[in-house]
Design a binder for this molecule. Sequence first.
Ligand code: KG4
Ligand code: ZN
Length: 333
Amino acid sequence: MITLAVETSCDETALALFSSDKGIIGDVLLSQVVHSSFGGVVPELSAREHTKNILPLFDKLLKDTGMDISQIDFVSFTLTPGLILSLVVGVAFAKSLAYALEKPLVPVHHLEGHIYSVFLERPVDYPFISLIVSGGHTDLYLVEGFGRYTFLGGTLDDAVGESYDKVARLMGLGYPGGPIVDRLAQRGRPSYQLPRPMIERDDLSMSFSGLKTAVRHITEAGDYSREDLACSFQMAVVDVLERKVIKAVEMTKVKSIAVVGGVSANTELRRRFEKLSKERGYRIYLPHPKFSTDNACMIAYAGMERFKRGIIAPLDINPEPNTPLELFGKEWS
Ligand code: KG4
Ligand code: ZN
């Protein structure tokens, strides 16, 4: 079986061809650069960029892989969550193609894609804890099988990636801010005292907006070291994530942890979780950095699993801005 996967939930236009036997056949991805001067994604600009780029990217994918459109058995696509204007473009493309080819349509939840990004390299034994850290989410899930997700806890305000991007904006850096702050932090020292909100709380709730406000007070005061502030911010974020994962392990007694989503590309976060694995015997799974951030290969993997379970959507399906993972797709199973 071969699926074409479509991902347009935010500012990456991504397509992949994926085979049930051989895995990734090929993939193409375009990260939109139009947002850099705005310090964040501008939804309308994002939708326009997806519209402009999706067909040329599809042509490139077919050309690069030498595949013919008739070899596609079904179309997988991100239905939710995401920027609605951006989702609309990918969903319309997926629906049109499925209609023209008379092939099934398989909707995927973006977070399910992230959860399965680690499976692109090797399968992970169930159960495991998934820490999803992206631009839109900071959540802990217990994963007991495909489609069996229990929400354990998460941020009550900003997502971690979002706070990286906001801190970068406060320091006058570009967008996306995460990779830039990460690089700066490696040259700095954790010399600023920053709060670790909710770290002592006896549950898995998190909060990052106070941390960003503390950074703002320092930037507004004037003279500061960007490297040291980036390093201090990064340490605070990773301290909180590490502590909450330890708590999640204590609560669930599950010692396998997959850390996924854009922020899982972060250097300090990777270093700290590798250390946890050595010190506490946890099994830590991290996606290849190319699969940490948004991509269509992870959507293809999840789409293949959904298709195997007979989950197919009608052609009149519409994108949904924010359906919780636990409630996703119940009507098609
Ligand atoms: O998963 P993703 O590509 O998109 C969403 O689903 O949101 O995550 C994007 C987020 C952005 O906020 C970006 O700044 C952050 O991931 N990010 C990083 C790093 N690389 C990407 N944050 C910290 N360190 C990084 N190396
Ligand atoms: Zn994502």
